[in-house]
Design a protein around this ligand. Structure first.
Ligand code: C5P
Length: 218
């Protein structure tokens, strides 16, 4: 059918986003950043003023928000109710609240359905997130789980965002803990995922290894 799905999961700072985009470009495939979808919903929830600790109110806002998400690896856009939110969703306010929103089961099922539809429409696609291999695309042609030491991840993120390393490390540790211990689809490598530690690897090296794995799988 010409379809090919690559699932890239892992914590923040593992190199997931850069690797996934580069891999999609190299394969001539589409690209889906599922974290951006959870972030855009979080932006809408914050704007609505509902209580983050009220799952049904959060789910209601998620259901009423019109999400726009592009799948072009060279420049995908994210909108919420028609508002471009690409910059806002990377800010500290959204980053601080996203794990709480992503822990709401009704929000997850809504976004997982949307992610599967986008993947089906794309055919060839690299999808990155936390639960892609385990939940969103269990039949993916290749599943990778990228890791890196906590220090390397904090250093990468703080370089990207021009933020203090110590503060970034604390924030990452908090988000990892929330994402790994939540009841609904916690972040965990799929049983058949290839776990790749990128602490000592450059982006290009990781992309080359993933292309080799895909070639081996035919
Ligand atoms: O990847 P990114 O850091 O943008 O993801 C932001 C947050 O969205 C994660 O910390 C996690 O809470 C949530 N997320 C998720 N499942 C995904 C992708 C992201 O729960 N597939």
């Amino acid at each position: 059918t010409g379809g090919c799905v690559v699932a890239v999961d892992g914590p923040s700072g593992s190199g997931k986003s850069t690797v996934s985009r580069r891999l999609a470009i190299a394969l001539g495939a589409r690209y889906l950043d599922t974290g951006a979808m959870y972030r855009a919903v979080t932006w809408a929830v914050l704007r609505s003023g509902v209580d983050l600790a009220d799952p049904s109110a959060v789910a209601k806002v998620a259901g009423e928000t019109e999400l726009g998400i592009g799948t072009d690896p060279e420049g995908y856009g994210v909108t919420a109710d028609g508002v471009p939110v690409e910059v806002e969703i990377r800010g500290s306010e959204v980053t601080g609240a996203v794990s709480a929103v992503a822990a709401v089961p009704a929000v997850r099922s809504l976004l997982v359905t949307r992610q599967r539809d986008l993947a089906a429409a794309a055919g060839r696609i690299v999808i990155e997130g936390r639960d892609i291999g385990a939940v969103v695309a269990p039949n993916a042609d290749l599943k990778v789980f990228l890791t890196a030491s906590a220090a390397a991840r904090a250093a990468r993120r703080s370089a990207e965002n021009a933020t203090d390393v110590g503060h970034t490390a604390t924030d990452l540790a908090r988000r990892d803990r929330l994402d790994s211990t939540r009841k609904a689809d916690p972040m965990v490598p799929a049983l058949d995922a290839v776990v790749l530690d990128t602490t000592e690897l450059g982006i290009d090296e990781v992309v080359v290894r993933l292309r080799e794995m895909l070639a081996e799988r035919g």
